[in-house]
Design a protein around this ligand. Structure first.
Ligand code: PTJ
Length: 242
């Protein structure tokens, strides 16, 4: 069904449609639709717009990704369905590797996600994960030696919270995109962007391009960030409305 241009909830309905189609293809899992609904509700509370605080988070994240020696963007079912094109643009701008990392990991889903990215002409780290994140029991622990395992900065989006802490223990800097400022992922990440991933990613790519060429010392200053304070700010916006 084509959503009329003047429908007040056009963008939100289109995102739902992408998730539904992703589910039909086998890219998104059933739990991914629940996760999306939670995201929709939280996005509603911030007026479905990127707040100035989130813009500061995005700037710090962009600087951190530019400072990285081996940055990796971790993708799952939802992020592939919602914004594969935007992930590719960001990966090219940084430049960064893209690696599939799934909670509900199956060879079939890995292959489907890899195929989705191939449509944009990029090869990603998909099957053949050869390393384990120490102590992490879920299948999210299966990673590539050349990717997340050896990365210094990892961008995670729409996580279920079991991995960010372990990546931190491995000494990695984690940048997260999560609409829930109270989630474990949001709290454990070094920089959390509290915004809808579909708005945050294009802004992140724009910021990466605008910061490119900056001296390392200036990037380091831009990347310095008080995540706890920023998360509190976003929580207050959600609770009190701004
Ligand atoms: O594809 P898989 O197998 O790796 O499974 C992925 C899911 C999404 C099922 C899994 O990671 C999961 O269950 O996630 P959770 O625990 O529901 O957490 C997802 C987080 O992302 C929640 O805090 C949501 O509020 C948030 N979220 C949902 N949609 C968006 C979002 N954050 C940013 N943008 C969104 N569009």
């Amino acid at each position: 069904m084509k959503i009329p241009n003047n429908h007040p909830r056009k963008k939100s309905l289109e995102e739902r449609k992408r998730i539904e189609e992703g589910f039909a293809k086998g890219i998104v899992v059933a739990a991914g639709m629940i996760a999306h609904g939670r995201g929709e509700a939280l996005d509603y509370l911030i007026g479905e717009r990127t707040h100035p605080e989130a813009k500061r988070e995005i700037m710090a994240a962009a600087a951190q990704l530019l400072l990285a020696k081996n940055p990796v963007i971790s993708v799952n079912g939802n992020t592939t369905a919602l914004c594969a094109r935007e992930i590719v643009s960001l990966a090219k701008a940084i430049p960064a590797k893209i690696e599939v990392n799934l909670f509900y990991r199956t060879p079939k889903r890995i292959a489907l996600i890899e195929k989705e990215f191939r449509k944009f002409g990029v090869r990603i780290l998909a099957g053949g994960a050869d390393k384990k994140i120490p102590l992490l029991k879920s299948k999210r622990g299966m990673v590539h030696g050349a990717g997340i395992y050896s990365a210094d900065v990892v961008l995670v989006m729409l996580e279920d919270g079991d991995r960010t802490e372990f990546l931190g223990r491995m000494g990695k800097i984690v940048v997260a995109v999560d609409l829930n400022p109270l989630s474990r992922t949001a709290l454990k990440a070094n920089i959390t962007i509290v915004d809808n991933v579909t708005r945050a990613l294009p802004l992140l790519t724009k910021s990466v391009k605008s910061l490119r060429g900056m001296k390392s010392s200036e990037l380091e200053r831009t990347a310095k960030f008080n995540n706890k304070k920023s998360l509190r700010e976003m929580e207050m916006i959600m609770r009190e409305g701004v």
